[in-house]
Design a binder for this molecule. Structure first.
Ligand code: NAD
Ligand code: TYD
Length: 377
């Protein structure tokens, strides 16, 4: 029997991790701890909420006393920490909330876990604090390319197999941290605290840094769900700058599988980068989304291309992210399971089939519902 707290389980990635653990490990007790900010939505977990090995606790990760009490009450031996403020554009408008949640919240969990685990006879034996972070802490990569070859070009530089890349440098685990946005600066700081708790107190920690995720249940302020919804409703698609920025996209269930593997088999005090070997310019993804939505809805080919609207670039917009995840492949045998075309098709169909989920979020109805439900708690 293991008792595991998953923080941020009502969010996008967290809900996939909770679902995977609840279904795959009926012998574990899975506690989903989430504050239910604007980004947290329990509808994401309707299919597991009645399972006997699942419990939801509404809590702020900054609430040190409450978290310590929960650890003692549930005899927690594992923490998978995903709760965070996660949207770069919001961090530009309101950096304080990002420092509070991502830095102070993480520190609060670490300190409570330390006090509880150090009070036990076995101390840190069999315990694990697994912190989920982002590739954005490494900053931005250049679009460098071998002479005479125009990007994207085929390379094996960051994976065992051939894949397309927009540059010949990649994020490896030993790279210096160079965050640019308040979001990535706060995540970088939290990563440092996690490692400090290993080095100072001997806490068994692991950190992973993952590339951009896509798939069902992503809050529609992020590029892919926002644009699918806008195309459906024929609303403008605000493309920052020239749409030339490159991101490395990974299907969210592949990330959840990696988290499962690393939580159980990853080496303590290590960092693993997780990515899809799947670099895309924003504008190319946007064209794929338009074609896919239009095809599924039976509209004329390319009918909605004129929704593309170039707008002022994001401040400090990182040019290119690309992950080298060979360490994870080599040590634990993980690989992404879905081709991007397959993942995008599944994703677009999911959002089009779950219009009610989308409407409840975009109307704010779901937030009001939680406010009523948890009033005074
Ligand atoms: P999300 O914004 O969809 O979900 C975040 C969740 O955390 C929400 O349920 C929210 O209610 C909860 N939360 C926020 N503040 C809280 C607080 N103070 N106390 C308790 N709960 C709180 O985020 P996501 O995209 O699922 O990302 C999850 C984690 O993965 C984050 O740590 C993020 O940095 C990291 N990550 C995300 C991506 C990505 O592409 N989405 C990529 C790499 C890493
Ligand atoms: P986003 O989904 O916010 O993820 P991140 O900033 O963490 O990579 O954005 C993905 C890319 O899409 C990023 O380069 C910014 C760009 N973008 C737009 O061009 N328009 C938009 O409306 C949004 C939300 C993002």
């Amino acid at each position: 029997m293991r008792s595991i707290i998953i923080t941020g389980g009502a969010g996008f990635i967290g809900s996939h991790v909770v679902r995977l653990f609840v279904n795959k490990y009926p012998e574990y007790r899975i506690i989903n701890l989430d504050k239910l900010t604007y980004a947290g939505n329990l509808e994401n977990l309707k299919d597991v909420e009645d399972k006997p090995n699942y419990r939801f606790v509404r809590m702020d990760i900054c609430d040190f006393d409450a978290f310590l009490r929960l650890m003692q009450e549930e005899h927690v031996d594992g923490i998978i920490h995903l709760a965070a403020e996660s949207h770069v554009d919001r961090s530009i408008k309101d950096p304080f909330t990002f420092a509070q949640t991502n830095v102070m919240g993480t520190l609060s969990l670490l300190q409570a876990a330390r006090i509880y685990w150090e009070s036990l006879p076995e101390k840190y034996e069999g315990k694990r604090f697994y912190h989920i972070s982002t590739d954005e802490v490494y900053g931005a990569l250049e679009m460098t390319h071998p002479e005479g070859i125009e990007p994207p070009f085929t390379t094996t530089a960051s994976s065992e197999s051939h894949h397309l890349a927009y540059g010949d440098t990649f994020f490896t685990e030993d790279l210096k941290y160079q965050p640019h946005s308040p979001y990535s600066a706060a995540k970088a700081s939290s990563d440092h605290f996690v490692r400090a708790f290993h080095d100072t107190y001997g806490m068994p920690t692991i950190v992973t840094n993952c590339s951009n995720n896509y798939g069902p249940y992503q809050f529609p302020e992020k590029l892919i769900p926002l644009f699918i919804n806008n195309i459906r409703h024929r609303k403008p698609l605000p493309v920052y700058g020239k749409g030339e920025n490159v991101r490395d996209w990974l299907y969210v269930e592949d990330h959840a599988r990696a988290i499962d593997l690393i939580f159980h088999q990853g080496r303590v005090a290590e960092t693993y980068n997780i990515g899809g070997f799947n670099e895309w310019k924003n504008i190319d993804i946007i064209r794929v989304l338009i074609r896919t939505v239009d095809r599924i809805l039976g509209r004329k080919e390319d009918e909605d291309m004129d929704l593309i609207t170039y707008v002022t670039d994001r401040a400090g917009h990182d040019l290119r992210y690309a992950i080298d995840s060979r360490k994870l492949q080599r040590e634990l045998g993980w690989e992404p399971s879905l081709q991007f075309e397959e993942g995008i098709e599944k994703t677009v169909r999911w959002y089009l089939d779950h219009q009610q989920w989308m409407d409840r979020i975009t109307s704010g109805e779901y937030e009001r519902y939680y406010e009523d439900m948890y009033k005074g708690r």
